[in-house]
Design a protein around this ligand. Structure first.
Ligand code: URA
Length: 435
């Protein structure tokens, strides 16, 4: 087989056979296929697309380039969730706690934040003592015992994706639906869950800017999972507005805990209940309807059972679980600054990516993989899209350990907020569901 012929075949829009796709992935990872040929292939995929069969095979080949986590020692259906990334998205811990409280098994590997989006692992590490690194044995034992474990994704998961992603980043081939879908799903397939719920975000704070693109991505990922024997579902959620009220690691954990005490923001609570219900419906397929699962999730939240699941997880992972009853344990930034409205009117739009960037400017996120983050930095929004503000009224409080960061972050935040005279029409945060 020659890579030249496979590039030509893809360029001519002909379907590649399974062994041809396997050849490409295997020999790109082992270094036999050079970057320039893989770049040409990726560009051909970007322009010509991939058939369902090609995409399912390509994704599994990428998954098999590294460790496939064996979760068979965990009893029952193992269920995972994945978000395509957003601002203020702290749903994983809330949903995981609800699903575990309802008997689901959540063995989850999560990532760190990069750019304007946050990552669950960074947020978790704002809890004193908590580790996000467990041995495989401890990970499995913890899920069997309490139904929930969240750890960082190991470097051995889908190394092909790591190498291909780095190449896409410099060859203008990132924003291709088949390449994004295979990248995300290779890591999900390697993580070993039986059922996967995807949260595809759409809007100014998300990768996908239109609902149509988000639907295409969701369908592509669902198809890949189904073709590889997984139970799949996807929800498409609005990221044209930050989720909840907080952006920043410790601030978001505080909001997670408030939500598990039934005092969370309505948008965040609603999205978590819908997603948890879909995950439970996958776990209890044929036994309970989605509506029954929604009630189960609601009951787990309202009764405090979900809160106890998170407490058990924090304890099991060495964290200070007193944080569940005393969020001051998370610490507070040294300085705060109130951002006021420059005019009176309704907030008609928030550029969510810009809001995320303002939080990064305060120290809450990292611009490169190696930069460090300030756990207590971030933003608490007092007013969001749809709210009326008076000129001079506080819209948000910024937090940082360096007061000199406030000026630029304030400018960025104020620029992100559009104020107009007419109240915007507010729709449901759940834009579509593919189940
Ligand atoms: N997230 C990923 O993991 N891969 C992509 O290609 C895009 C977003």
């Amino acid at each position: 087989m020659r890579m030249y012929d496979l590039i030509l075949k893809k360029r001519r829009h002909e379907e590649l056979r399974e062994e041809e796709i396997q050849y490409i992935v295997t020999h790109y990872v082992d270094g036999t296929i050079p970057d320039y040929q893989m770049s040409a292939f990726l560009m051909a995929v970007m322009l010509q697309g991939m058939t369902h069969r090609e995409l399912a095979t390509f994704t599994m080949a990428m998954a098999k380039s590294g460790t496939i986590v064996d979760l068979s020692a965990i009893d029952g259906v193992k269920v995972d969730k994945h978000s395509t990334g957003g601002v203020g998205d702290k749903t994983t811990l809330i949903i995981g706690a609800i699903v575990a409280a309802c008997g689901g098994k959540v063995a989850k590997m999560s990532g760190r934040g990069l750019g304007h989006t946050g990552g669950t692992i960074d947020k978790m590490e704002s809890i004193p003592g908590l580790t996000t690194t467990l041995t495989e044995e401890d990970f499995i034992n913890q899920v069997n015992a309490i139904g929930l474990a969240v750890i960082g994704q190991s470097d051995t998961i889908a190394p092909a994706d790591k190498k291909i992603y780095a190449l896409r980043d410099v060859t203008a081939t990132v924003d291709s639906i088949p390449l994004i879908a295979s990248s995300i799903m290779s890591k999900k397939l390697a993580s070993g869950a039986d059922a996967i719920l995807l949260d595809v975000k759409v809007g100014s704070g998300a990768f996908m800017k239109t609902l149509d693109e988000a639907r295409q991505l969701a369908h592509a990922m669902v198809d890949i999972g189904c073709a590889n024997g997984r139970t799949m579902g996807a929800v498409i959620t609005d990221m044209d507005i930050p989720l909840g009220r907080s952006i920043g690691n410790a601030l978001e954990i505080k909001e997670v805990i408030e939500t598990l005490h039934n005092g969370g923001p309505p948008d965040l609570t609603h999205e978590c209940l819908v997603m948890a219900a879909h995950m439970l419906a996958m776990v209890h397929k044929g036994l309970h309807t989605y509506d029954e699962c929604f009630h189960m999730a609601q009951n787990a939240l309202e009764s405090g059972m979900a809160r106890e699941s998170l407490r058990a997880m924090i304890d099991a992972q060495g964290g200070d679980s007193r944080v569940i009853d005393d969020v001051t344990i998370l610490g507070e930034a040294q300085y705060s600054y109130a951002v006021t409205a420059p005019a009176s009117g309704y907030i008609t739009h928030m550029n969510t990516e810009q809001c995320g960037i303002a939080a990064v400017m305060l120290g809450a996120g990292r611009l490169t993989k190696d930069s460090s983050i300030d756990m207590t930095a971030g933003i608490v929004m007092q007013k969001k899209t749809g709210d009326f503000v008076e000129c001079g009224e506080v819209m948000a409080i910024l937090y940082a350990d360096d007061a000199s960061l406030f000026e630029k972050a304030t400018d960025t935040y104020v620029e992100a907020v559009t104020i107009g005279s007419a109240a915007p029409i507010m729709g449901d945060i759940i834009l579509d569901q593919i189940v």
